[in-house]
Design a protein around this ligand. Structure first.
Ligand code: CO8
Length: 262
């Protein structure tokens, strides 16, 4: 497993990979190198057989990620900005399409591109007191890493318009209230909680988890009937797995299922 300076990867004995964006002096701001290395790391971890889930964190206690690198943005031409927007969208698309659960562990600031990255994760756990928002309009910009699309889908267009148009920052409690984050915990409990959630999901049938992730993601791109049709196909396919036989048999035998991911 490659381990760069900008992206640190630590896989524990249970196969939970903690992926840390490591630019604490710039509050982990995203530049082209960070995006490229993050994309690479997620692809490698998705292929790594022993890895069951990913937790994405920011280095230091001040910020998860304070956004795209404003210094880099300030001098871009329109075509460079468009290209970087595509690079970020591509990186976050890889995260969202990861067949293993990806959980953001948010502490401190998760702003602009940093929140957009968290929105591309499957689940978000935030520390009390963390601050989130899409302040791009305060810089004369709009979100460019998928935030205009994902925030609407996750929290609804009303919340997306409020957050994107006002550029205001919101605390973890408000983010939880409107559905932007799934769980809020104390700062000390942040990483343990995110890892525990990853372990809970990792203990479930791996093929079923992968299938559910895919059907939910694809379903968001099509209408209800097409989504339900995909669901029925995936549901039928699951009956070809050993895990499905094991899971149902274990229930009937009143024992814990021993899933093999097959
Ligand atoms: N980019 C680059 N450097 C940053 C960023 C950033 N987004 N955020 C913080 N830093 C740097 C600061 O410049 C500072 O560096 P130095 O010590 O060298 O001066 C260091 O990190 C510490 O930051 P502060 O001194 O500002 O710390 P404060 O505690 O005073 O403030 C804040 C913390 C409130 C988080 C403040 O740093 C801030 O407002 N940061 C910018 C937040 C922001 O506007 N983010 C959105 C950026 S735009 C974006 O994300 C667009 C995404 C889509 C891009 C599409 C592709 C083109």
């Amino acid at each position: 497993m490659s381990n760069s300076e900008l992206i640190l990867v630590d896989v524990d004995a249970d196969g939970i990979a903690v992926v840390t964006v490591n630019r604490p002096k710039a509050l982990n701001a995203l530049n082209a190198d960070v995006l490229a290395e993050l994309r690479e790391a997620v692809i490698e971890l998705a292929l790594e057989e022993d890895v069951r889930a990913l937790v994405i964190a920011g280095a230091g206690d001040k910020a998860f990620i304070a956004g795209a690198d404003i210094a880099a943005l300030s001098n871009m031409t329109p075509s460079e900005a468009r290209e970087m927007s595509h690079d970020g969208q591509d990186c976050f698309g890889v995260m969202e399409a990861c067949p293993k659960p990806v959980i953001a562990a948010i502490q401190g600031f998760a702003l602009g591109g940093g929140l957009e990255l968290a929105l591309a994760c499957h689940l978000r756990v935030a520390a009390e007191g963390s601050k989130m928002g899409l302040p791009e309009v305060t810089l004369g910009l709009i979100p460019g890493f998928g935030g205009t699309q994902r925030l609407s889908r996750i929290a609804g267009p009303g919340v997306a318009r409020e957050w994107i148009l006002s550029g205001e920052l919101f605390d973890a409690a408000e983010a939880h209230r409107v559905g932007v984050v799934n769980r809020v915990v104390s700062a000390e409990e942040l990483l343990p909680s995110a890892v525990a959630l990853a372990k809970t999901i990792a203990s479930r049938g791996p093929v079923a988890v992968r299938s559910a992730l895919e059907v939910i993601r694809m379903g968001l791109e099509v209408g209800q009937s097409a989504g339900e049709s995909m669901e029925a196909d995936a549901f039928g396919l699951i009956f070809a797995t050993e895990d499905m036989r094991e899971g149902t048999k274990a229930f009937l035998d009143k024992r814990k299922a021993d899933f093999q991911g097959l």
